[in-house]
Design a protein around this ligand. Structure first.
Ligand code: ZN
Length: 271
């Protein structure tokens, strides 16, 4: 079976892609990307991601989630933000492949107060409970909060999770591996060797590919696109001393284990 790439975490509904979306999608397909697991950050994006799935049903696999930082990172998410979002999770449950992007961001200048961190935590826990209820995996952001994010998911009984752009310690990552979680790394990790030790220690069976487009590309100020996914694949292959083909196949299999609804969607394509 030809797996192609699964971009397990991208923001294809972002404004940055509105102008030339057709071209972006064309390049995505040419690069061999079969599925875009499309996460959202704010409730205002939910409609857009469903529209995109309607337009590219063989490619876009939608997730709904409230990011720990709202309004482009201006403020922490708070429980009132859930009021508009929660009914939509239930209304569109059939179309969602995961809940995300959710998580914790305790970067001091992003979440300066105790209240910010408390609010993020309560919204995170609520969304984890929705994921359990809807039997969906979670697509998770953690920054300056690696350990607490993994601990919280374990306490809440989460078994299927992707920790995207993970940058915690290898020992913390291995606690996540033990819990059955997956880890993905965007093209930005190719900029230097900072994440190599981490990538080396996480077994390939727990690694997925992502781009986090339009952010976290190879070059800091350039828009990132899903077609850049081959860069992460090659970097992981180099760090682990494996062929790019092995990394591509195993990570695609991992993605299908983690997001089983993508599998039905891919089988649908090959019919
Ligand atoms: Zn993201």
């Amino acid at each position: 079976m030809e797996y192609g790439f699964v971009d397990c975490h991208c923001h294809i509904s972002a404004r940055e892609f509105e102008k030339d979306l057709e071209d972006v999608i064309q390049r995505t397909k040419e690069a061999g990307v079969k599925t875009l697991v499309a996460v959202t950050e704010e409730v205002g994006e939910f409609d857009r991601v469903l529209q995109l799935q309607g337009r590219y049903p063989d490619l876009v696999a939608p997730c709904f989630g409230l990011h720990p930082l709202q309004e482009g990172g201006q403020r922490s998410v708070n429980p009132q933000d859930l009021d508009a979002a929660l009914p939509l999770f239930y209304k569109h449950r059939e179309r969602l492949v995961a809940i995300g992007e959710i998580g914790l961001d305790f970067t001091p200048w992003c979440a300066p107060s105790h209240q910010d961190r408390e609010d993020q935590m309560s919204v995170f826990i609520k969304q984890l409970s929705v994921a359990k209820e809807l039997q969906l995996p979670v697509n998770v952001h953690s920054r300056s909060a690696a350990k607490v994010t993994i601990e919280t998911m374990r306490e809440q009984g989460i078994s299927r999770a992707l920790l995207h752009n993970f940058a915690g310690k290898p020992s913390v990552a291995l606690e996540g591996v033990q819990a059955g979680f997956f880890f993905s790394f965007p093209p930005a990790v190719c900029r230097n060797h900072q994440r190599d030790k981490l990538i080396k220690q996480i077994p390939l069976e727990h690694i997925c590919l992502e781009t986090d487009s339009p952010a976290l590309g190879l070059h800091k100020h350039e828009r990132n696109e899903p077609c850049n996914i081959a860069l992460c694949c090659r970097h992981i292959a180099d760090v682990k001393g494996l062929s790019t083909q092995t990394v591509q196949i195993v990570t695609a299999q991992n993605a299908l284990r983690l997001f089983p609804k993508v599998q039905t969607h891919m089988q649908h394509i090959s019919l």
